[in-house]
Design a protein around this ligand. Structure first.
Ligand code: COA
Length: 382
């Protein structure tokens, strides 16, 4: 048999059908359950978007209120999870702490291994709610501040900021964060969703699938790109250094974080929305945010001119996120954990959908090593 066609990185391979998300990489369009991302970012809330992603349709007022109440009921963290956070903050990467805390959640869920669909949806609600509390608490403990209990009168985004900063922040900051959560909530078979599906396809459980997703999200080619992009903006330092920095980086064959995408070969529609939000918050922004914005806009202009039309490398969702998160008051090491807070509805919905017609995910690899080698006892090896 000749060498098979190998699709490195499974590029271009369809592995299942899905009704959850359409990413049109050519047109630069994104739909959750058929709704354009622009409409959801403008009119929906993260909670409603979670309902949409999980159930496939927008809720009635009554359905929404019930869903919101269930989310709120799950906000508090068991003492064991708080202990894990307190024990590990400062000693491990924040994504590792998040992964460890999430993997411990079944210990506090008496129905964690129930495979009914109703239970999977209930676990999804618990995971969506608790991830916000876990990440906010990691941020809080990292600052050396006392843990804050959730405030059930606030939205998911508002409560996140409250648990992180210990004070109620302005509604504008909560709205900006809410939009960021919506924009990151789902994205088809991206690397972390795929890895969640690989885990779940063995008929493991939802907590294990989400734990895998978090481990995969950590890398700089996926969820880590937003903080890498902010690091670059800080390394650039002053807006007038932007062009020189980027030219040097490109000449040295470095990747510019926050640009390029496996599927989008045009401007990422989420980046457009975030850019708009970033521009509109300038009036009341701090000097620091204005500096970052100036660098980001110069870098974007230059990259689009240099690599956009010629190489199909355009800004992705991660490029403008850093300055927006900075404006909201979120520290850089929480960017990737916050991505997990947003993406958990997507992971859960895909897992539940895949289980409806499960097949173990087990691709092949083409072996290029030797065969039939002679086993030589250790004492006789040279
Ligand atoms: N900056 C500079 N060049 C880039 C680039 C970037 N951000 N992204 C891709 N390229 C170049 C590659 O160097 C390569 O050039 P070559 O053909 O001369 O070797 C070409 O574009 C194709 O890159 P490739 O890695 O094959 O594309 P991909 O589909 O695997 O890449 C990413 C997708 C996301 C991994 C890639 O664009 C990247 O590393 N981006 C930066 C990280 C990032 O922002 N990730 C978040 C994604 S939402």
């Amino acid at each position: 048999m000749g060498k098979p066609v190998i699709n490195k990185g499974l590029e271009g391979i369809y592995m299942t059908e899905s009704r959850i998300c359409k990413v049109d990489g050519k047109a630069g369009k994104l739909y959750y359950r058929g709704y354009p991302i622009e409409a959801l970012a403008r009119h929906s809330s993260f909670e409603e978007t979670c309902y949409l992603i999980l159930y496939g349709r927008l809720p009635t007022r009554k359905e929404f209120d019930r869903f919101d109440m269930l989310l709120k009921k799950e906000r508090a963290l068991p003492q064991g999870i708080l202990d894990i956070i307190e024990e590990t903050v400062g000693r491990a990467d924040v994504m590792d702490i998040l992964r460890t805390a999430v993997s411990a959640l079944p210990a506090y869920d008496p129905d964690a291994y129930n495979k009914s669909k109703a239970s999977e949806v209930r676990e999804s609600v618990a995971l969506i709610s608790k991830l916000g509390s876990i990440v906010a608490t990691i941020g809080r403990v990292s600052q050396g501040e006392p843990i804050v209990k959730p405030d059930l009168s606030l939205s998911h985004a508002g409560n996140f900021l409250y648990m992180l900063n210990g004070r109620r922040q302005g509604t504008e900051e909560a709205r900006l964060l809410d939009t960021m959560l919506i924009l990151h909530a789902e994205h088809s078979s991206n690397a972390s969703t795929f890895s969640a599906l690989v885990t779940g396809s063995t008929l493991s459980d939802l907590y294990a699938a989400v734990t895998s997703g978090i481990g995969t999200l950590k890398g700089p080619l996926h969820g880590g790109a937003d903080s890498a992009a902010l690091k670059m903006m800080n390394a650039i330092g002053r807006p007038e250094n932007t062009e020189r920095y980027i030219n040097r980086a490109l000449a040295g064959k470095q990747r510019i974080m926050g640009f390029g995408h496996r599927v989008y070969k045009t401007y990422d529609p989420r980046a457009r929305i975030i850019k708009k939000d970033l521009e509109s918050l300038q009036k009341h922004a701090s000097k620091e945010v204005r500096r970052l914005t100036a660098i980001a806009l110069r870098a974007e202009k230059m990259m689009v001119e240099k690599l956009g039309k010629t190489h199909n490398i355009w800004p992705n969702v991660d490029f403008f996120s850093g300055p927006v998160y900075t404006a909201i008051g979120i520290p850089e090491d929480l960017f990737t954990p916050l991505f997990a807070v947003s993406r958990v509805p997507g992971w859960c919905a895909h897992m539940i959908e895949y289980w409806e017609d499960n097949r173990l995910i087990r691709p092949l690899e083409y072996y290029t090593g030797k065969v039939d080698r002679e086993y030589v006892p250790m004492g006789k090896r040279g």
